[in-house]
Ligand binder design. Sequence first.
Ligand SMILES: CC(C)(COP(=O)(O)OP(=O)(O)OC[C@H]1O[C@@H](n2cnc3c(N)ncnc32)[C@H](O)[C@@H]1OP(=O)(O)O)[C@@H](O)C(=O)NCCC(=O)NCCS
Length: 169
Amino acid sequence: MKLIKPALEYEKQFFELLQEFDDEDVSMFWDKDGKAKDDIPTYIKNTQAYEKWEEFKFFWGKAYTFWLLDNNHLIWMINLREKAEWKYLQRWGHIWYAIRKSERGKWYAKKILALTLLEAKKIGLNKVLVTCNTDNIASSKVIEANGAFLENVILYKGSNISRYWIDLT
Ligand SMILES: CC(C)(COP(=O)(O)OP(=O)(O)OC[C@H]1O[C@@H](n2cnc3c(N)ncnc32)[C@H](O)[C@@H]1OP(=O)(O)O)[C@@H](O)C(=O)NCCC(=O)NCCS
């Protein structure tokens, strides 16, 4: 099991993963209009740019995308952002993740979030804010299993959002 950076080599698998999200309300980070599927090479190029892009300095900071491979099978994607200070980001936090539908419920998520926290340390974060809809029981369990402290629950656009901090020191 390993985290990799998005790579064209896995284009077909990534396309299949995105198709699995089509019938549910999961919108991929950086792809709010759902266009990544039509142009995966550009999506991959963008993820590389976001790791360097100065425009994000006052917004997300740099942002890193990882995919998880298990036995060469693509099952997971994650975004890790340098910043979560701005008011809006206090709802979204440093990390966003999703696992392909066909691989859920196999206890992958807890382990993979732990791997991602190691990446967060590598980019210099001492603590991370991770949020989820309060009624997303699976995600809450994944976050809590990684040593999270629930700071509060806020109302954002009609939904209750649980805001957790994970200490990385
Ligand atoms: C949230 C998500 C990543 C969980 O991934 P997963 O691999 O299915 O989770 P796991 O198998 O590791 O299960 C974690 C825990 O949640 C529980 N769980 C899993 N699916 C559940 C469900 N639908 N309802 C209630 N509990 C659930 C598991 O039993 C496990 O708890 P346990 O260890 O006490 O048994 C996945 O459901 C997902 O990608 N959802 C869509 C995107 C999303 O919501 N992302 C989170 C944004 S914050």
